[in-house]
Design a protein around this ligand. Structure first.
Ligand code: C6P
Length: 418
């Protein structure tokens, strides 16, 4: 608690009531009670102007991009490429050609594994990943390692869910080629020192891929300040739509990488006699018709979140976390997993004598949405001797009153299952 309370909360405050007005879904009832949505790390809700972007696109200028010469195609292309520029600004990337649209974080990481990894990793090389990783930053590397024979080494975490930085330094060898680590852990909320990790990786001649799925909704991200080589995130966790995400890659790296998926859009020429040549970045990595409306709506979401201010959002979520931590700590037999200093708005816990799944199902009956399960972080949970936790995760529109409703509902539900 004390460590939690030390985080800077001087950032400007949010007008949460006004923010809530922008999210139509927050007005709905679940099982006859007002929805209390605390599953934001799984997916965040969507403000009206992001929903409106779909209506506008399909109602006014639905057309395929980059190929047509007609007005609708021009408008759609301009909006799509406008989103790329918005993402560039959002991440403070140097060049919009460094922004590749994917289906999400998972596809972005698979792109790096399959395009960069296949071209640059070989038997005996080493890739460092952390025990805090989501499966989407583990399994692509395992799949590739089983084919290419490189070695995956795991950065350990301590009992708070904090990466062991001394062990991290020790893991490097002259065969280390890549560090793949999340910026914020989805299961525990740990904020990893990715800037420091990047500096260490670079000093050792390795690259760093940062999974930013849980960071982009909660704090400003500057890929140049971090000095990330690759940075991935998903639209649906940052008030945007599903089906779209981003891979940022340093231009020189992307230019040197072979394409991953082949098809339309990513080629320059195709010939049966001479084979194919490929488009410049970013198009080389965007085969086929992309999720046009989703990309445009993502741009709208990022403009929305930047307008509200990520410093203010992070500070507000911290208040919610402190309040929630105090409230649930009063519950007998409840153990919080993930107690890293300065952690983000994620509260993971287990309760003696009550299975997480039962808690999740029953608390839903009281209108409260939390996530229960392994959170796609099985290696992390295994270290803590559990196969599931309950997880409440916060967003800009959550209120202190909602936290109180959650804590009361939780107390009631635990009384029922014990
Ligand atoms: N975490 C959660 O409830 P996709 O599915 O590609 O949009 O994001 C995958 C992903 C990658 N990295 C991190 C750190 C994540 O948190 C997630 C998604 C959700 O925690 C679903 S398991």
């Amino acid at each position: 608690m004390n460590e939690l309370a030390t985080r800077d909360v001087d950032a400007p405050t949010l007008d949460v009531a006004a923010i809530r007005e922008e999210f139509p879904i927050l007005a709905r009832q679940v099982h006859g009670r007002p929805l209390v949505y605390l599953d934001n790390a799984a997916t965040s809700q969507t403000p009206r102007r992001v929903i409106a972007a779909f209506d506008d696109y399909y109602g006014r200028y639905n057309a395929n991009i980059h190929r047509g010469l007609h007005t609708l195609a021009d408008e759609a292309t301009a909006a799509f490429e406008g989103s790329r520029e918005t993402v560039r600004g959002f991440l403070n990337a140097a060049d919009s050609r460094e922004i590749i649209f994917t289906r999400g974080t998972t596809e972005a990481i698979n792109l790096v594994a399959n395009a960069w990894g296949r071209a640059n990793l070989k038997a005996g090389d080493e890739v460092l990943i952390s025990r805090l990783e989501h499966h989407s930053n583990i399994v692509p590397w395992q799949l590739l390692a089983s084919e290419l024979g490189f070695v995956i080494k795991v950065i350990p975490v301590d009992e708070r869910g904090v990466l062991d930085m001394a062990a991290y330094r020790e893991l490097f060898s002259e065969r280390t080629r890549l560090v793949a680590v999340n910026h914020i852990s989805n299961a525990f909320g740990t904020v990893n020192p990715v800037k420091e990790m990047a500096a260490i990786a670079h000093a050792q001649g390795a690259l760093i891929l940062v999974d930013g799925a849980q960071a982009t909704p909660h704090q400003p991200v500057d890929v140049r300040d971090i000095d990330a080589d690759f940075y991935a995130f998903s639209g649906h966790k940052v008030y945007g739509p599903t089906g779209v995400g981003v891979l940022y890659g340093r231009a020189v790296l992307l230019q040197a990488m072979p394409p991953w998926q082949g098809g339309g859009e990513m080629i320059r020429t195709v010939s049966f006699e001479d084979g194919s040549t490929f488009a410049e970045i970013p198009h080389k990595f965007e085969a086929g018709t992309p999720a046009i409306a989703e990309v445009i709506a993502l741009g709208e979401a990022l403009r929305w979140v930047s307008g509200v201010g990520l410093d203010a959002i992070g500070a507000w979520e911290h208040r919610l976390l402190v309040h929630a931590t105090a409230a649930v700590s009063r519950i007998d037999g409840l153990r919080i997993l993930g107690t890293a200093p300065g952690k983000a708005g994620v509260l993971s816990f287990v309760v003696d004598g009550a299975h997480a799944q039962d808690i999740g199902l029953l608390i839903d009956q009281l209108g409260v949405a939390i996530r229960t399960g392994h959170h796609c972080a099985q290696p992390l949970l295994a270290q803590f001797g559990v196969d599931a936790t309950c997880r409440a995760s916060f967003a800009a529109y959550n209120t202190l009153d909602e936290i109180d409703v959650f804590a009361e509902a939780l107390t009631r539900v635990i009384g029922m299952v014990r």
